[in-house]
Design a protein around this ligand. Structure first.
Ligand SMILES: [Zn+2]
Length: 177
């Protein structure tokens, strides 16, 4: 997999005491190149670990061992694995998730190239961090923050997970994390 580095200044070094336990799927509501510049601007204060383009390009903004700012807010979550403190406060899911953005809009079908690149990347991440490839660990942003529409209306997340499971584990494990 050819990963192009587009470092974002918007991240927290490390993950406190946490490690990646799940992968959050986002939709850019825009282009890959627009997202590149948004994440590379300190004004946006947001980022994700990766962005996938319609042609299957993979851009990396933040290293997996660091905390990207992609899903830090929690609102009426439906995700079963969300973490809370003893006093019931939500721990920012940014600390224990990896975020992948996808080019395009909520109502536009993903290209085959996007499904391929995303499922390949998900497979590689799951091997690095021992993340099970199932619906509990591969989630849409809206499962953390109900006011968000990511996944959108067209993405077949079960297909994405099935494809990730199908990919032979031949992926380059030396990728930057
Ligand atoms: Zn999102």
């Amino acid at each position: 997999m050819n990963i192009i580095n587009k470092p974002s200044p918007n991240y927290y070094p490390g993950r406190k005491t946490y490690k990646p336990e799940a992968i959050v799927i986002h939709i850019m509501q825009g282009t890959l190149y627009g997202t590149d510049s948004w994440f590379q601007s300190t004004l946006s204060k947001v980022s994700a670990h990766y962005g996938i383009g319609k042609a299957g390009q993979v851009h990396q903004y933040v290293n997996e061992k660091d905390t990207a700012y992609h899903a830090g807010r929690v609102n009426t979550p439906t995700w079963g694995l969300i973490k809370q403190t003893d006093t019931g406060l939500y721990i920012s899911p940014d600390y224990y998730t990896i975020g992948i953005e996808h080019e395009g809009d909520f109502n536009v079908d993903w290209t085959d190239e996007m499904y391929n690149a995303s499922s390949n990347l998900i497979r590689a991440i799951s091997l690095r961090w021992n993340i099970p490839l199932d619906r509990k660990h591969i989630i849409g942003h809206h499962e953390i923050y109900a006011l968000k529409k990511c996944l959108g209306n067209t993405v077949d997340i079960n297909k994405l997970i099935a494809m990730a499971n199908d990919h032979a584990p031949l992926i380059d494990q030396s990728l930057t994390v």
